[in-house]
Design a protein around this ligand. Structure first.
Ligand code: ZN
Length: 287
């Protein structure tokens, strides 16, 4: 499979850094860093963990963080930055055989636009008490899924779009439903017709499926080390929990189940239990 896998990224990075050894000595200007380092609220910080034979462990805000091997024995932490983080210095904790240390990284600012959405079903804006009970239960299982931290290295860090189609809503947009502000948009929306096959953006294991009040028919795919995709509003789910899906494997079909004004795919990407802008991983990020 001609996948653009991490190993090929490492080879690319190695070639680049051999051409610029002085630069690499202080800050690895690798393919991964250039592609993914967008340290803003809702973005991704790539933090150099230095060289070591064995993989260091990293955590941020008490949660384990994705660590990948770069050129040589150099390791990088790929940190999801919450939308709620204030710009300024943040601390990553790295642990290896020599002990534990704090590594600082700086988060810049990003302003997200607003969107006003009209829903015919007012219950989707102000759910009734039974709905609230259901929503709370659903949130618990979805957060549990996002907190999974399996040991495998993701097949690819630069993700494939799960569907081909225009973006209809960006990540981070402050949303007002029937004039009332609700949670900001935690993923990307693609406007595509009902029935369009939805492909897994990287290889992974299906860790949760469900039919949820807001997200409708949903599949959660664990790509490894807390790197997780959630795909929502499906008309049909084509996988079951425990299935291992290849990169590009179909997990379901586009629909408009849950809180949706029409057929579309909503896609969340999570790192260290933090929803981040999926556009970063498909090279479509606009700071
Ligand atoms: Zn959406």
């Amino acid at each position: 499979m001609p996948d653009f896998i991490v190993r090929s990224l490492i080879t690319t990075a190695l070639g680049f850094c051999l051409a610029l050894p002085a630069f690499a000595a202080t800050q690895p200007d690798s393919y991964i860093t250039r592609a993914l380092d967008k340290p803003v609220p809702g973005g991704v910080a790539v933090v150099d963990l230095g060289s070591a034979t064995d993989a260091p462990k990293a955590s941020y805000q008490g949660k384990p963080v994705l660590v990948i091997k770069e050129q040589g024995n150099r390791w990088l932490a790929i940190v999801g930055v919450p939308l709620t983080v204030k710009p300024g210095s943040q601390q990553l904790v790295a642990k290896d055989a020599s002990g534990s240390r704090n590594l600082a990284f700086v988060v810049g600012s990003k302003k997200y636009p607003e969107q006003r959405i009209t829903l015919k079903n007012q219950r989707q804006v102000n759910p009734n008490p039974d709905d609230v009970k259901r929503i709370e239960g659903e949130q618990v299982v979805q957060i549990q899924a996002y907190r999974s931290f399996s040991p495998g290295t993701p097949s690819n860090l630069l993700l494939d779009k799960p569907v081909d189609g225009p973006l209809s809503s960006k990540f981070g947009v402050r949303r007002f439903f029937n004039g009332e502000e609700r949670n900001p948009h935690a993923g990307l929306d693609f406007a595509v017709p009902t029935g369009t096959p939805i492909k897994s953006p990287a290889a992974g294991k299906v860790i949760l499926i469900g039919n949820y009040f807001f997200n409708g028919n949903t599949v959660v795919v664990d790509h490894g080390q807390g790197f997780i995709s959630m795909l929502c509003h499906m008309s049909r789910i084509d996988v079951k929990v425990g299935d291992v899906v290849p990169r590009g494997g179909v997990v379901g079909r586009v629909g408009s189940t849950g809180r949706a004004t029409g057929p579309h795919l909503h896609w969340n990407v999570s790192l260290n239990d933090t929803r981040v802008d999926p556009a970063i991983f498909i090279g479509a990020f606009q700071p």
